[in-house]
Design a protein around this ligand. Structure first.
Ligand code: FCB
Length: 454
């Protein structure tokens, strides 16, 4: 199959998992309803200048109320799995059960949502943490505090005891790189921190909370498959100079190996640790037993793939001394992200070669472009359609090369609140008119439906 021909569902194994992916904060809305507490993202949105269009997610796609029609749409598409996340502040408005009762209305919402999936033949894939930490925990230090690990375990226990009979696929964390590095170092995501050392400590606590949660999830959800989702990037060097090769190694250390190595039982990469130690003592504090916990066996590795990166040496640059190169003459999404289906093949084969996970689930992949809803109710998103087709062909290529990828989840079912970009970036295969909350399947969504129903 050439990458120019549209892929066919029959080209994939019969038991391949087909899904769509969403997250609580980005779609639910109902930000102040039924006892939901404030999250760090609610707080971040309320700070001037944080969100490009000055918006917030108090209403978003109003999925909290409209979820039956969203699940109907997913069912009509023909997917057999639905990835969603649970809003911690809906369950524990104060962050921990010790400082406030468990919010029954929050749990009841996820009962309805999960039951709605099961009634429609959609397998629920729940992410426990997709970045919406309860604000009261942030006031105690957020992920910088080791106590937040304990709070995450308490929350995990409550949620998995309640839903574990029906949800059999659990993802502990979504993209620790983003929640920690963008949130605590780059300052562009909540909580807006600007310290590399803080980011590394936050990352360590997030990974630790992942590892320690696994036995709890297994106890409360018999037979469950448990994993973590990472944002990973294939990275190349701008030239074959020794300096650029070193920059590549440094960047890959922080971006990819920092997460993969400890999860696969190798501890933190020595070269990255040494660089961190020499960058203002930024290596995290690690206690005895932490690395063993982080390496607790999982059932799958969740991979989110959006774009490849190219780096060159930058002696005057930031602490990790590699700078990103904007390749010329390549296709880009509306975000400026390079479009590279081959990058997905390279990434998947690299993960298999270097880490050999038993199962990889592609838990997110998608693109944003300027979408236009035509007066006759269409969104002709030819570029997103092509992106989707070519990335599915890339998945097939990786499968043929022997990579154990078992599922693909399109990001996202709906246009939604795209973090610091607010509503300026549409990633949905369905268009959302935020004024009316009307959903319209775009051409890409219509094609995905045809592909799935062939
Ligand atoms: C990923 C996030 C997801 C969404 C996409 C575009 O990094 O997991 O919530 O914002 O990017």
């Amino acid at each position: 199959m050439s990458s120019n021909t549209a892929p066919k569902r029959q080209d994939f194994p019969a038991d391949f998992r087909w899904g769509v992916s969403t997250s609580s904060f980005q779609i639910e809305g109902a930000g102040r309803e039924d006892g939901k507490g404030e999250s760090i993202w609610d707080r971040f949105c309320s700070e001037p200048g944080r969100i490009r269009d000055g918006s917030n997610a108090l209403v978003a796609c109003d999925h909290y109320h409209l979820f039956p029609q969203d699940l109907d749409m997913a069912k009509a598409l023909g997917v057999n799995a639905y990835r969603f996340s649970i809003a911690w502040p809906r369950i524990l408005p104060n962050g921990t059960a010790g400082r406030g009762a468990v919010n029954e209305a929050g749990l009841a919402f996820y009962d309805r949502l999960v039951d709605g999936m099961l009634e429609r033949g959609l397998d629920p894939w729940a992410t426990l943490y997709h970045w919406d930490l309860p604000q009261p925990l942030q006031e105690q230090g957020g992920w910088l505090s080791r106590d937040t690990v304990g709070a995450f375990l308490e929350y995990t226990d409550i949620v998995t005891r309640r839903l574990g009979d029906r949800v059999k696929h659990w993802i502990t964390h979504n993209e620790p790189w983003c929640s920690c590095m963008m949130g605590y170092w780059e300052g562009v995501h909540a909580p807006g921190g600007k310290s590399l050392a803080d980011a590394m400590q936050a990352c360590h606590h997030v990974l630790l909370s992942h590892g320690q949660a696994i036995p709890l999830i297994r106890k409360n959800s018999a037979g469950a498959q448990v994993g973590i989702t990472l944002s990973l990037h294939p990275i190349t060097a701008a030239s074959d100079s020794a300096e650029d090769a070193a920059a590549l190694k440094r960047h890959d250390g922080l971006r990819n190996r920092w997460f993969l190595d400890p999860l696969f039982g190798r501890g933190y990469p020595e070269d990255t640790l040494a660089l961190l130690a020499s960058s203002g003592n930024a290596a995290p504090k690690v206690e005895a037993g932490d690395l063993a916990a982080i390496a607790t066996a999982t059932d799958f590795l969740g991979v989110n793939y959006y774009f490849p990166e190219m780096v060159k040496a930058d002696p005057a640059g930031g602490p990790m001394r590699a700078s990103l190169v904007e390749r010329e003459g390549v296709e880009r999404t509306g975000f400026g992200w390079e479009i590279s289906p081959q990058g997905l093949v390279d990434l998947l084969t690299r993960i298999q070669r270097d880490y050999n996970p038993a199962v990889i689930q592609l838990t997110e992949n998608g693109s944003t472009f300027e979408d236009v809803l035509t007066p006759d109710g269409h969104v002709h998103d030819a570029e997103r359609l092509s992106y989707l087709q070519r990335h599915l062909s890339a998945v097939k290529q990786a499968l043929d090369a022997g990579v154990p990828v078992k599922g693909y989840f399109a990001w996202s079912l709906l246009d939604n609140f795209e973090w610091a970009e607010g509503y300026l970036r549409r990633f949905g295969i369905a268009y959302v008119d935020y004024a009316t909350q009307q959903r319209t399947l775009k051409d890409s969504g219509l094609w995905y439906g045809q592909f799935l129903n062939e």
